[in-house]
Write a protein that binds this ligand. Structure first.
Ligand code: CP
Length: 340
């Protein structure tokens, strides 16, 4: 009988463990997306409600690439929970990292991730990491080589600040923004539209938005882009693909504008057709859609002044919600740490 109860208790504690957020690198790390959105909205209403839960804990924000929103919003989110945080810009401030195994380090790289990550593991309780894709090596990028090396060698819970393929904190902020601006109970029609750009841009934001909207499951979801810009199916499956942008925009409640380079013909710019840039005429086809963009944006290349300065544009609200997204995620990770 005692053994029976022990097995039941063990199973229950395993289930609770599985339901805790161990890391935050994709929508699949989130046991309940709606619960996380609600938690973020609670922090938005009352930022200091958990102001002591991170006391004595330290967050390391490690950047291989530049940032404005992610860096500052994550630090504010941490501060609201009582955590101290430090930013380290690898490369520009520290030693250049090497990620390849067995390499003779006689070039530009000075420190191997195998040596740097365990050191960070000694200094911090949680790590947050930004690393962009190469856009030349699809296997390495889509295998999230750099991110997985940091997770493996640091031994710490890792929060993605945008990786080679995904940008989960952005997507969570996007869902928070949609949730708080929905004007009716009916499923919103959300359109993710490709927009032109002058240089090859990662697929991360588009991949991630698609992954989160699909996982959320509370929208009619359409992706529109020129032929050749299909996203990796693992992320876009569940969305309807429409190559005619005007058709896709019909009756849309939200239009998420973003450029990305090709996934199939990896990292290539295949189209520079300026007619894909959203303007007021195209907006007229929608259901007075709210316009979304993650920023930064090249004005009048990716999105026009008239749309960015338009009252229906939510880009600043999305950026504001990055704080509550980060705070909710850090709070969940702290819960996991304290239960160990
Ligand atoms: N949207 C976003 O991630 O912005 P930053 O690159 O400035 O962090």
């Amino acid at each position: 009988m005692l053994i029976f109860f022990w097995i039941v208790l063990k199973k229950q504690s395993l289930t609770i463990k599985q339901l805790r957020m161990q890391q935050f690198i994709s929508a699949h790390d989130v046991p309940d997306i709606n619960q996380l959105i609600q938690k973020a909205l609670e922090y938005k209403a009352n930022p200091s409600k958990d102001q002591y839960i991170g006391k004595g804990k330290r967050l390391g924000l490690i950047f291989l690439n530049p940032s404005l929103r992610t860096r500052i919003s994550t630090q504010i989110g941490a501060e609201n929970l009582g955590l101290s945080s430090m930013v380290f810009n690898v490369g520009s401030e520290g030693w250049q990292w090497e990620f390849e195994d067995g390499v003779v380090m006689n070039g530009q790289t000075v420190e191997h991730i195998k040596d740097a990550a365990p050191v960070l593991g000694q200094y911090f309780d949680v790590l947050a990491f930004r690393t962009f894709p190469t856009l030349t090596d699809k296997v390495k990028d889509y295998g999230e080589h750099a991110l997985h090396q940091l997770i493996k060698y640091s031994g710490l819970p890792v929060i993605s600040l945008e990786s080679a393929t995904l940008h989960p904190l952005q997507s969570l902020a996007d869902l928070i923004t949609i949730s708080e601006t929905q004007s009716s109970q009916k499923k919103p029609k959300i359109v993710l539209t490709w927009a032109p750009h002058i240089k090859p841009i990662p697929q991360c934001v588009a991949n991630s938005f698609a992954q989160w909207i699909n996982a959320w499951g509370k929208a009619e979801f359409i992706i529109t882009h020129p032929e050749g810009y299909e996203l990796y199916e693992q992320f876009s499956n569940g969305a309807r693909i429409e190559y005619n942008q005007d058709k896709a925009l019909e009756g849309a409640d939200y239009v998420y504008v973003k450029n990305w380079s090709a996934y199939k013909d990896y990292g290539k710019v295949l189209c520079s057709d300026a007619s894909w840039m959203l303007n007021k005429n195209k907006w007229g086809i929608t259901n007075r859609a709210k316009i979304m963009h993650c920023l930064p944006v090249r004005r009048n290349v990716e999105l026009s002044d008239e749309m960015l300065d338009f009252e229906y544009c939510l880009a600043t609200e999305q950026a504001g919600n990055r704080v509550w997204a980060a705070q909710a995620v850090i709070s969940e990770i702290l819960k996991t740490i304290s239960s160990k």
